[in-house]
Design a binder for this molecule. Structure first.
Ligand SMILES: NC(=O)c1ccc[n+]([C@@H]2O[C@H](COP(=O)([O-])OP(=O)(O)OC[C@H]3O[C@@H](n4cnc5c(N)ncnc54)[C@H](OP(=O)(O)O)[C@@H]3O)[C@@H](O)[C@H]2O)c1
Length: 323
């Protein structure tokens, strides 16, 4: 378990990510019984941290989690994180961090999740139409009245966090971070460490690509939006570069008797400044494998080897101007 530095809260190094529970075009179809199976499986095996958002399936992910709490009575055992700021109007998803909408959203989420309080409430994305100070003041008011126990932001730059912190305490940042996206290492990690902000990283499997299944096991690439957004990585010439990298990474994983997926997750939550990695899982088979990422360590030499393989991959991509 890891402590969130500025709070008296301990979380597991793997946080259950529940975007796919929404079962919409972003991740494709999902059965609630599979989502429920994942929730039972991971909580029984010691995961105490769950991340969701209203927009995941337009309330469906939060409703499934609320149903799990109702059925099991386990709400108090879980550090529950949800988000605010993305609403839907017909087919459109819109940014709205106005104080009025935030007040409505916090109540809607608590109702769906069947809980009075939220352990971690996070601004999902900055809203270009609302000053950051206004959003921060509203978050702080939820914190002061006890509705939320800690405050987070997601997809914020360092300058946006600096602005936010003029008006409110900030306990957590949720950025994207994986072997294939290390951009937070430039300045964000240092800023968070210096200011006691816990980093809870998302998409550690780079939307499933780091499982290796599309490169090494012949798995078909699903027709969902998340994978369409990774189409460059999944087609030549990047496909072959990724395949070469993943084959070498698989060699390192097998030295530990672990799978590529387990290595990619363990690497993620072992990196500097990361308190917990939010891993998406759609069924009990994936959950079983993903939890095998905990309870062991990658040696310093192997971490250096992984850095060097990733640097080779980046050099090849840059030299061919692929991004
Ligand atoms: N704050 C934000 O803006 C933001 C953005 C993205 C995500 N998140 C959070 O972070 C969580 C994780 O991110 P993510 O779901 O986007 O990506 P991810 O964790 O990198 O990838 C998860 C996907 O990989 C596949 N997968 C997982 N384990 C597997 C296994 N053992 N074997 C084979 N395939 C496996 C599954 O999809 P398939 O079975 O379909 O391949 C799963 O949905 C989300 O659920 C959400 O809670 C937040």
């Amino acid at each position: 378990m890891r402590r969130i530095p500025s709070l008296d809260i301990e979380v597991s190094p793997v946080c259950l990510g529940t975007w796919a529970f929404g079962g919409d075009k972003w991740w494709g179809k999902q059965e609630d019984k599979d989502s429920m199976g994942v929730l039972h499986g991971v909580v029984e095996r010691g995961i105490n941290f769950i991340d969701t958002a209203p927009v995941y399936g337009r309330g469906r992910s939060e409703r499934v989690i609320g149903g799990f709490f109702k059925k099991t009575g386990l709400r108090e055992k879980i550090i529950l994180a949800t988000k605010v700021g993305l609403s839907w109007e017909g087919p459109r998803i819109i940014h709205n961090l106005s104080a009025r909408r935030m007040g409505e959203e916090v109540d809607e989420s608590r109702k769906r999740l069947k809980t009075d309080y939220l352990d971690l409430y996070q601004v999902h994305w900055p809203d270009p139409h609302t000053p950051i100070g206004e959003t921060a003041e509203m978050m702080y008011s939820f914190y002061k009245n006890g509705t939320v126990k800690s405050i987070g932001v997601s997809n914020y730059s360092v300058s946006q966090m600096q602005e936010f912190r003029k008006y409110s305490p900030l306990h957590c940042l949720q950025p994207e971070y994986s072997m294939f996206n290390r951009s937070i290492e430039k300045e964000t990690v240092n800023y968070c460490l210096e200011n006691n902000i816990a980093i809870i990283s998302y998409a550690p499997l780079y939307s499933g690509l780091l499982t290796g299944k599309f490169f090494l096991n012949g798995a078909a690439v699903p027709e969902d939006i998340n994978r369409k957004m990774k189409s460059k990585d999944l087609s030549e010439p990047l496909y072959s570069i990724n395949k070469t990298f993943l084959l070498k990474l698989d060699g390192i994983a097998s030295k530990y008797g672990k799978t590529l997926t387990q290595l990619a997750i363990n690497w993620n939550f072992s990196q500097r400044g990361i308190i917990s990695s939010i891993v998406g899982m759609r069924n009990e088979i994936q959950a079983e494998e993903n939890l095998g990422s905990m309870g062991w360590s990658i040696s310093d030499d192997d971490k250096k080897e992984i850095d060097s393989l990733l640097a080779q991959r980046s050099e090849e991509i840059n030299s061919r101007h692929l991004f």
